[in-house]
Every structure is written in structure tokens, then in C-alpha cells.
Design a protein around this ligand. Structure first.
Ligand code: FCB
Length: 517
């Protein structure tokens, strides 16, 4: 990549000397994305569907987790959510109004195969109708098979720590393909396996809320195996389908790049967040340094137990597309920071570190704006991440990249006329699109962008307290209102052009957090 100017606008500042934290393309430039660039929005079944016990659907781990005292803010659950199960036709019309070329949604395993048992015709029929509705509106259906909602009955048999769950997942993938494969050509096996393993089985912050390093590692490997088995099965059925997986990836910088300990901290987080999935999927092996770190804390036995001969060949079954979800990066060190970021849901149930072998590594806040979840706004990181993934993993394998999620929670203000002028979210998306443009200019094969999210929805352990939508949902009335960011996004999607970002919109991002009183 060509070096970026270090001063482009007021957000440029860094705890990492020499690293600008914003994208290269100035915010007041007009940017044209390549022809054919795909514009979409993303959601997930449990976050929007509601109808959690309708037409045969039974509990997923999230239904059960939401009932655990103190696990989710306000004890919120997905029983009703955005009632998308009943309002899907109106929601598709809304997407068409926004000019979306594609819609990324997930199928609920608990709806398709309640309790992990036989196929539920009413459950699968919902997705069939949704796909028809999308196609009628010329919106490409982009199906994700697993966005964290394992049937609770399978969790009671060990969940993802049970190797058998990987085989059950491949069967479920085949069932969904039986029903939708004649109309759906793009398949994502898993969304963000880091979250459904380490955040869920080691940190205990997500369902099923277990807090064990062994369980997280075992879950991660079995998720990888399920991905590989499902990919092979889908490839056998549909050789020309577009198959892939979505990973949440981060950019980790040492607080002091001259300090070997800080560099070690960054290496560990990179290994335990990014490479623990990138390497088995794309190189057919777990990273050597990760295995060493795990052995040092006595976790090599877990790896020996769960990784069977032949697994890595299955896991590295070729894919066509890698989905990248990016929200922010982080600066890390073994030193204690002066203050902490509070980026996790404020719940009363205790949680642990998600990292099995990074004791003592600490995240340091940088002089960056933050969202309503105290997540730093770091668009430059997305450009660096895409370049890195392209150069180290995907280019030589001919794998296309899509940014399958990116977006931000802000405390939206509803005006008297019901409108929402979310210039902060608009600026957030704008700056990240500029970062993608930087990556494309540097030669990275990025083919599309999905705003997270189409609708305000159930933000997992944060419940309904945080809103990510480019469309507002009034949870009392289920009324949908397109926010300013949604109107702007519709224009961008229609023209393929990002217009200059007004200074006032840029200023709507929070001031750098270290200058906040
Ligand atoms: C991602 C999830 C998505 C949503 C966003 C904010 O990690 O995939 O469901 O919660 O974060």
C-alpha cells in the first residue's frame, strides 16, 4: 500500500507512533466504488425474527441464556424482537426501497430442526418464502447457516464441545440446502466463530455462558470442523455455488512497538482472535506460535484430544469467499492502562477473559472517538486488515473478500416528527467505506459491503439497549423509520459513489475519548 498521509482530518491521532487511525481518502473527497460492487445489509435470525416459540420453533441457547439472571441487560430476550417472522414481506419492501442489491440473513437451526431433531416444514417454509420475496424484489439472498443460535437440546449434549455437533451442523446445512438450494447461490457456513467459541464457552459473555478455556478451544475446533464438513457437503451438491465463512477479524497493535513485551501481547491476540481461524481454514494448520502458547498454559492436551487425523484437511476445504466483519482494532500491552474501555455489556453475571493464553494482556484506550458501546472508531484498521488478509491469505487462493458486517451503535434521538438524524452512524459508515476504497486502490479484491444492521435489533448481551440499524424500530409499535444514515446509504448504493462527508457529520462522531471530561 502507498503510505497514507498522517493528517487528513481531526480524527487522525494514534497511540501507535506513525500509524494514522483514519483512512487515507480525505473525508471531503468524492469516491467511486468499482462497478459491480455489491451493496447490502445484514441481520441474524435471533436478533430480528421473534416468533421464538411459533410454528414449532423451540429453544436455542440464546432463549435459554436470556433467562439466566444477570446474563443480558434488562433480561431482554428475542421472543418478539423485530417480529420479522411476521413482517418479512414489509421488511423486504423496505430493503427494496433502500436499493439493496443483497440481503445477508441467517437461518435459525432451532426453527429448521427444533431441538436438533427432524426438519420442521413450517420452519423451513419461512425461509423459502423469504427467499422468494427477496428474488421478487431482485435482491440477492445471502444465507448464513449459523449465527450463534444452537438448539438448546444440543447444548444439553455438550453443544460445540461435543464433536458430534459438527456432524449435526453439516446435516442441518444439507437440509437448508434441500429447501433453498434451487434459489440461493451464496452460502456462509458460520458467522464469527470466535464469538460462538471463545466469547461463549471461555468468557461466558454469550450463550451458553460457560467459562472454561478447555471448552472454548474445543468449541472452536468443532466449529471449524462443522464449517469444513458443511462446505464439503454443499460443494458436493452445488459445485458452482459461492461458499464461504464470515470471521470477525481485528487489527492489534502493540502500545509501544519498541517494547518486545508489547509486541508479544499483540502477537498473542492476533493468534487467538484472527489466525486461530484464518490458518486452519486457509492454510490447513493451526499456527505454531498459538500451539506453543497453549502448551505453555497446559492446554496442549485439549488440542491433542479434539484434533483428529484428517480434520484439518476437512477444515481447509476450498472456499470462494471470505466474509470479514470489522468493528474496531485495539492497542495492547502488558502494562496497566490509565483507564479502561468498557466495551462489554454491563451485565451482573461474571465473565472471564475470552483468551485462553493471553493472561496479563491489556487493551489500552487510544485518543479515538468511541461509539455508544465504548468501541473505538478506527476506520484505518479496516484498510490495513483487508490488505493483510489479501496478501497473507486470500489473494494466492483466488478468494474474494466481502465486508459482511460493519456499523455502529449510537444513542439515536427521535425528533418530534419521528425522524432520526444519525449523522454519527452516517459518518462511521462513510469513513469505513473510504477505508475499503483505500484497500481496493491497493489491489485488494473486496467485492461488497453489508451494513450492520438493516434494523435496530436484539444486540445479544446488550439486549435492546443498543441500536445498530440504518432503520429505526419502535419496539412498542414495530414501526420502522429509515434513519438519515439509511437514506444516505440508499443514495450511495444507487450511485456507487460516496459523496463528500460534510464537516458537521464528521463532527458528530464523539470527540476523542481521552479529551472527554
Ligand atoms: C457482531 C455480530 C452481530 C452484531 C454485531 C454488532 O459481532 O455478528 O450479530 O451483534 O456484532
Amino acid at each position: 500500500m502507498t503510505p497514507r498521509p498522517t493528517t487528513t482530518h481531526p480524527l487522525t491521532s494514534s497511540a501507535v507512533p506513525g500509524v494514522p487511525l483514519t483512512a487515507a481518502t480525505p473525508h471531503d473527497a468524492t469516491v467511486r466504488m468499482p462497478d459491480g460492487f455489491l451493496w447490502g445489509a445484514a441481520t441474524a435470525a435471533y436478533q430480528i425474527e421473534g416468533a421464538a416459540h411459533v410454528d414449532g420453533r423451540t429453544d436455542s441457547i440464546w432463549d435459554a441464556f436470556a433467562r439466566v439472571p444477570g446474563a443480558v441487560v434488562d433480561g431482554d430476550d428475542g421472543e418478539v424482537a423485530c417480529d420479522h417472522y411476521h413482517r418479512y414481506a414489509d421488511d423486504v419492501a423496505l430493503m427494496a426501497g433502500l436499493g439493496l442489491g443483497t440481503y445477508r440473513f441467517s437461518t435459525s437451526w432451532s426453527r429448521v430442526r427444533p431441538d436438533g431433531g427432524p426438519v420442521n416444514p413450517k420452519g423451513i417454509d419461512f425461509y423459502s418464502r423469504l427467499v422468494d420475496e427477496l428474488l421478487d424484489h431482485e435482491i440477492l439472498p445471502w444465507v448464513t447457516l449459523y449465527h450463534w443460535d444452537l438448539p438448546q437440546a444440543l447444548e444439553e449434549h455438550g453443544g460445540w464441545t461435543n464433536r458430534d455437533t459438527a456432524y449435526r451442523f453439516a446435516e442441518y446445512a444439507a437440509d437448508v440446502h434441500d429447501a433453498l438450494g434451487d434459489r440461493v447461490g451464496v452460502w456462509t457456513t458460520l458467522n464469527e466463530p470466535w464469538c460462538s467459541s471463545f466469547l461463549s464457552y471461555t468468557a461466558g459473555a454469550h450463550a451458553p455462558g460457560r467459562r472454561s478455556r478447555e471448552a472454548g478451544l474445543s468449541a472452536a475446533h468443532h466449529l471449524m470442523l462443522g464449517h469444513g464438513l458443511a462446505t464439503a457437503e454443499l460443494r458436493r451438491r452445488a459445485p458452482s455455488a459461492n461458499l464461504g465463512i464470515t470471521l470477525n477479524l481485528t487489527v492489534t497493535d502493540p502500545v509501544d512497538p519498541a517494547d518486545e513485551r508489547d509486541r508479544d501481547a499483540a502477537r498473542r491476540i492476533d493468534a487467538q482472535f484472527n489466525r486461530v481461524f484464518l490458518d486452519p481454514i486457509l492454510r490447513g494448520a493451526y499456527p505454531a506460535d498459538l500451539l506453543t502458547d497453549l502448551a505453555e498454559v497446559g492446554l496442549d492436551g485439549v488440542i491433542d484430544d479434539v484434533v483428529h487425523d484428517g480434520d484439518l484437511a476437512v477444515i481447509s476445504t476450498p472456499i470462494d469467499t471470505l466474509g470479514v466483519n470489522y468493528y474496531h482494532g485495539e492497542a495492547v500491552s502488558y502494562q496497566t492502562p490509565d483507564r479502561e474501555l468498557h466495551g462489554s455489556a454491563p451485565v451482573s453475571r461474571p465473565t472471564s477473559s475470552p483468551y485462553p493464553a493471553a493472561d496479563g494482556v491489556q487493551v489500552h484506550p487510544r485518543p479515538l472517538p468511541v461509539t455508544a458501546q465504548d468501541w473505538e472508531v478506527q476506520p484505518e484498521g479496516l484498510a490495513r486488515l483487508l490488505v493483510r488478509v489479501h496478501e497473507e491469505y486470500t489473494a494466492e487462493r483466488g478468494i474474494a473478500l466481502y465486508v459482511t458486517e460493519n456499523g455502529a451503535a449510537y444513542d439515536d434521538v427521535v425528533a418530534e416528527d419521528g425522524s432520526v438524524d444519525d449523522q454519527d452512524r452516517l459518518a462511521f459508515v462513510d469513513l469505513h467505506l473510504r477505508a475499503i476504497h483505500d484497500a481496493i486502490t491497493a489491489g485488494v479484491d473486496v467485492r461488497g459491503y453489508f451494513a450492520w444492521s438493516l434494523l435496530d435489533n436484539y444486540e445479544w448481551a446488550w439486549g435492546y439497549s443498543k441500536r445498530f440499524g440504518v432503520v429505526r424500530v419502535d419496539y412498542e409499535t414495530q414501526e420502522r423509520t429509515v434513519k438519515a444514515s439509511g437514506k444516505w446509504y440508499a443514495d450511495v448504493a444507487r450511485d456507487g459513489v460516496i459523496p463528500p462527508l460534510p464537516d458537521a457529520s464528521l463532527a458528530a462522531l464523539n470527540p476523542p475519548s481521552d479529551t472527554q471530561e
